[in-house]
Design a protein around this ligand. Sequence first.
Ligand code: NAD
Ligand code: TYD
Length: 329
Amino acid sequence: MRLLVTGGAGFIGSHFARRLAERGEHVVVLDKLTYAGNRANLEGVEHEFHHGDIADPDAVARAARGCDAIVNFAAETHVDRSILGPAEFILTDVLGTQVLLDHARHAQLRLVHVSTDEVYGDIPLGAPACTEDAPLRTSSPYSASKAGGELQVFAYVRTFGVDALVTRGANTYGPRQYPEKFLPLFITNAFDGRHLPVYGDGKQRREWLHVEDHCDAIEIALRCGAAGEAYNISGQERENMDVVKRILELTGASPDLVRHVEDRPGHDRRYAVDSSKLRALGWSPAHSFDAGGLEETVEWYRANREWWEPIKSGEYRRYYDAQYAARLG
Ligand code: NAD
Ligand code: TYD
């Protein structure tokens, strides 16, 4: 199989490209190399690389030549950045998805569109995990742009008969995640003796999904999923403050580093998804967040400073100051 992996130089996309290449599949990566894209993530992975934008039809056509399917990881992905500046999110997550769909339509390719559990918005505490038919009630410009991309997918399936489907994964963790997201930010700050900026009361809840389990799920959706369907991919639900306490234990950092700071506007309190539909296709997670998953991730960041230290300068510092300077005082 010859597969186009868009956004393959990012966190989850690079894990996905790696596993397929190791199995001998021909992997083509199309990536714009935004601040979050990193060729080092693909070191040792046999692949064909195209530097380009998924919103550019010519770049997509060049990269997709001869491919059997597309798996779309390319996106602007960070909620806080979407609050600082939403425009880029619309261009990539909505318009870029539509350009990929146009190509899939004309070249008759299967497209798996990687989306997020954030499209459901808040799930009230105590309410059951939601199934795929729950309404989309987005809160942030990020989740709204992801929902916009999804709706294009469903429209192209229904109107043009495109063979496309959507996955909705939970918060993902593991090696090589850009240190703007909660876990890698807090782990690397803990190693550096910097503050851990907890938004609000820290009682928000997220489901934590190991990146390899997320990739397993996407692969099952690629091979066995039905066109026009969405598939939830759940993780293990934990309160943010419990995760922070565990990070302090695992890194040996002082609890004095924890700062409760001004909350994120529109902050969703809880995500919780039911993944029975994907489990019926054979998916089951192999990693436990508490028994090894988080600990191995912390150890990866401890052992791979040369990966994250260069990132935490330049553009990252400008973003960090815009996001945290006033919050941390
Ligand atoms: P990431 O931010 O680490 O990587 C995104 C990649 O996309 C980068 O390599 C970037 O250069 C590339 N990219 C951005 N805009 C592009 C464009 N216009 N054209 C081509 N490439 C472009 O993201 P991630 O965390 O690996 O997320 C991958 C996908 O999974 C996203 O669609 C995201 O919405 C979804 N997702 C992420 C999580 C999570 O917790 N990280 C959870 C559920 C779903
Ligand atoms: P994040 O990694 O941004 O993912 P999500 O897209 O689910 O918001 O954040 C995960 C949780 O951690 C979320 O409840 C917000 C919280 N958080 C903080 O408390 N402080 C931070 O600096 C960040 C980045 C996140």
